[in-house]
Design a protein. Structure first.
Lengths: 502, 502
């Protein structure tokens, strides 16, 4: 390597270390920090964010990247390093400092008014701050457009979370999904058939839930020597390099599903992070490529694996050891209770089928907000109409409607679609793994998860940010992203659980 | 405030935030980090240290300090801010970058060879690295002398940990102490009298030890809403501002003393940190003034309070609730077992009387190493001779002799005296508190610790680094630092525990 390349990696390692330190502080804040520590922690995190930003925007870094770009062979690892470095630098430098400060300040104001409005069930208490957030976010998006990141305002926002995502491909994908899913959901609701979920309910001591979840996570391949499991109000995964990737969980005392599937979900995220190449740690391509791809890993383990009959053939005898009061039911009683389809108003409580309709609602409303076709004051009505249309139900108040999510108060427009992209990709990857591995179902029912993990390591994890999302999916599955595998998966489940085909 | 003063505080807040972030990472490393996270953590901490150092050495900061110095009224808070800022900047800029790097690199080499030498009980395996550490540290000390920090090499090292400490005052103090203590220790040993410590031994379940320690720490005034207690291999206290100050502990299953007195010790440190003025957090004078003063707070609570009859009048009934198998003894059985005097070879296991002789040995050897009067190869013999002279015992091997401490392998010469300074000051402060508070003993026996804490808050904690150590002690106790209160305290204990006066 040349001296310039050395300097390039040295500068990036510094920025990456600052971000890793901030991630440790953020993890601590959610898991262990004493309550009075909050104000100082906020200041310390702001300083670290400023330091990382300052270094990303250093003109000397841009010069170094340009020099390295001249040396990098097209298609090489180094070329990908340059691409990812430029992506980060372009985003950091595109937004004027004054706008960034205005956004940061408005964020805390909007979070407060959102909380108040939600508690009071009064949208007008939040409307003005949301409107201002849309204005400021539009300015941010326009700055991205000016910097050449995307051609359209909302595309520039999508690209923040899912590099390369554009409405031109996303809209037909999500509309096709809604067109297929909505009748499915409505048909189940209209059928009047319900599934007995009582086997999942009762008393599940937290210690036993934790021990069972740890056994499952360990079997999945999560390395507790390079990770840990803590409690937090909202489960999440964070990593400070592949050798320190931590997950959190919470649980319900009276239903084992949220705790177990929460841990399997976060473990899916964590396996991705633990599988990133150590040699690339602290370099531009050393990180996960997108939120959608990340979500595909969590969803695949949570749903395609965790809700499968094969998995439960292995897991149920173990489950009975941890929960000796819950041994009277068998797989045929349990499996349907893991595949209910119920239209509901709250996204985070939705089942895996209806969940995506919640996302489609938000995606379409965001697009209209940023194209100017929808005014903020008209949001509650538009929200209710969309729910009526896609799910057949209407919120009785804004607290269970447009005010339920924190995302908009944080200015995180363009984030929601990544959840559904993850769901689609999870099914597509699982079908590919079924094709490429001999008897995947047999492996899962024997608790032999390493073949699947090895396949994900090879196709996704070790690729980190070496390829674009599009290339990565094509290489891994042989096709571009498509809703078909996910729809096949859902239809098969509905047919098996409810006893009729849609 | 002027714009310049604003900039001064803004720059310092940034440096302070980087240091706070590093402290969070260091805490996590000792308490929660998974083992495989170590290499990346080391890199991240090095980057943060480099960032803080770079900002301290920024010539623009020196200019700002000079400008603020011109505005600050002599004797004002701002004047003290300038003094402490200059102290930090002078130290940071004094050491050439190449020497700092050489020291950092040699530190990890020396730590490794020290561990190997100690395990093999072979001093020669460490001698060359120790010699190089003395050479590099001498260069560092000479750089400090050149920068005007102190006039003598070893004084410049002392000043690192104890601002203002000089051999000219420290040597007579420690020699006087040794002159009084050594005969006391030898007299107890020669008397052949021993104390029955069986009441402190037996089985003490860790959960009960923890709960008892938490009750004691809470009663002392430690705010768990701004702190927490975790396990670590070596107990320590760390703070990221007065509202987040954390302590750690370890325990022995078969003796309650190490766990309880460890927590009381760390809580003493933590009360100091929690008592620092919030308004000064992130400013040059917002931190504890010295290691010696810090140790005075931990030792006062551990020893003057925690080993007193008054404290145990309150604590013993509570102790019995946590340890129902240990209720057969009374205060007269327990108290002597908290005041044994036994010459021993290992510093960290020494009692409060002999401990200081371990320190005197190290102080005198360090002085000779840095004056050139002692060669590294002659250290083991000089060590053994000193122990024989002061404590009447000789190590049978270097593992329980010169290789027992980690400090020299880290280049931390000049650190040891702060332990004894803390012991002396603890006794001096406690005598002052006894004079100034009505019936301190009665308060302690009633579990009313807040008057003592308020007095320490007023005299020490809220002063932070506003005054020099010398001024602080004078203001708090009416006299300069003296060994007399500590010697009175020890003599009284020995007389009461062993039944004869020395």
């Amino acid at each position: 390597m040349t001296t310039t390349t050395d300097e390039f990696f040295r500068r990036w390692a510094d920025i990456s270390a600052i971000n890793a330190a901030a991630a440790v502080l953020a993890w601590d804040q959610e898991t262990h920090m004493p309550p009075k520590g909050q104000p100082a922690r906020g200041r310390h995190l702001a300083v670290l964010a400023g330091l990382a930003h300052e270094r990303l925007c250093d003109p000397a870094l841009a010069d170094v990247i340009d020099e390295v770009a001249r040396e990098a062979e097209p298609g090489s690892d180094l070329d990908a390093q340059v691409r990812e470095a430029r992506r980060a630098v372009t985003r950091a430098t595109a937004v004027p400092g004054e706008l960034a400060r205005a956004l940061a300040e408005h964020q805390s104001k909007a979070l407060t008014s959102w909380q108040q409005a939600r508690a009071a069930n009064e949208f007008p208490l939040f409307a003005a701050d949301l409107e201002r957030m849309v204005v400021l976010t539009s300015e941010r998006a326009d700055a991205y457009v000016d910097a050449g990141i995307a051609e359209q305002r909302y595309d520039a926002l999508l690209d923040d979370y899912e590099p390369g995502a554009r409405q031109a491909t996303l809209t037909p994908l999500l509309q096709a999904l809604a067109t297929e899913l909505s009748p499915l959901v409505l048909a189940v609701a209209d059928s009047g058939r319900t599934i007995d979920e009582s086997v999942c309910r009762g008393s599940f001591p937290p210690d036993a839930q934790r021990a069972f979840a740890v056994e499952v996570a360990t079997a999945m391949g999560y390395d507790f020597g390079a990770g840990r499991l803590d409690e937090s109000a909202h489960p999440f995964t964070t990593g400070f390099g592949p050798n320190d990737v931590r997950i959190t969980w919470r649980w319900h005392d009276d239903d084992f599903r949220p705790g177990l599937f929460g841990v399997m979900h976060e473990t899916g995220h964590a396996l991705y992070e633990q599988g990133l190449p150590v040699d690339w740690d602290g370099t531009p391509i050393g990180k996960a490529i997108s939120l959608g791809v990340h979500e595909s890993q969590s969803r695949l383990w949570e749903n395609q694996v965790g809700r499968s009959r094969a998995f439960w053939e292995w897991a149920l005898p173990r489950f009975r050891r941890y929960f000796p009061d819950h041994t009277s039911f068998g797989l045929d009683d349990l499996w349907p209770a893991l595949h209910t389809v119920t239209p509901s108003l709250i996204r985070v409580e939705a089942d895996e089928t209806t969940y995506n309709l919640h996302i489609v609602v938000r995606y379409e409303l965001e697009r209209q907000l940023f194209s100017g076709d929808l005014a903020v004051m008209d949001l509650p009505d538009a929200w209710a109409a969309s729910y009526e249309d896609l799910l057949g139900i209407r919120p009785s108040g804004v607290d269970e409607g447009v005010l339920q999510d924190i995302h908009w108060a944080m200015g995180a427009f363009g984030y929601f679609p990544t959840y559904t992209l993850g769901n689609l990709l999870a099914a597509q990857l699982f079908e590919a793994a079924e094709r490429e591995l001999t008897d995947l179902s047999g492996l899962l029912s024997a608790g032999e998860f390493d073949a699947l993990l090895a396949w994900l390591r090879h196709t996704i994890h070790t690729k980190a940010s070496r390829y674009s999302v599009e290339e990565l999916i094509l290489q891994a599955t042989g096709t571009r992203l498509t809703p078909d595998p996910f729809l096949r998966y859902l239809r098969a489940n509905v047919e098996a659980a409810y006893g009729f085909a849609v």
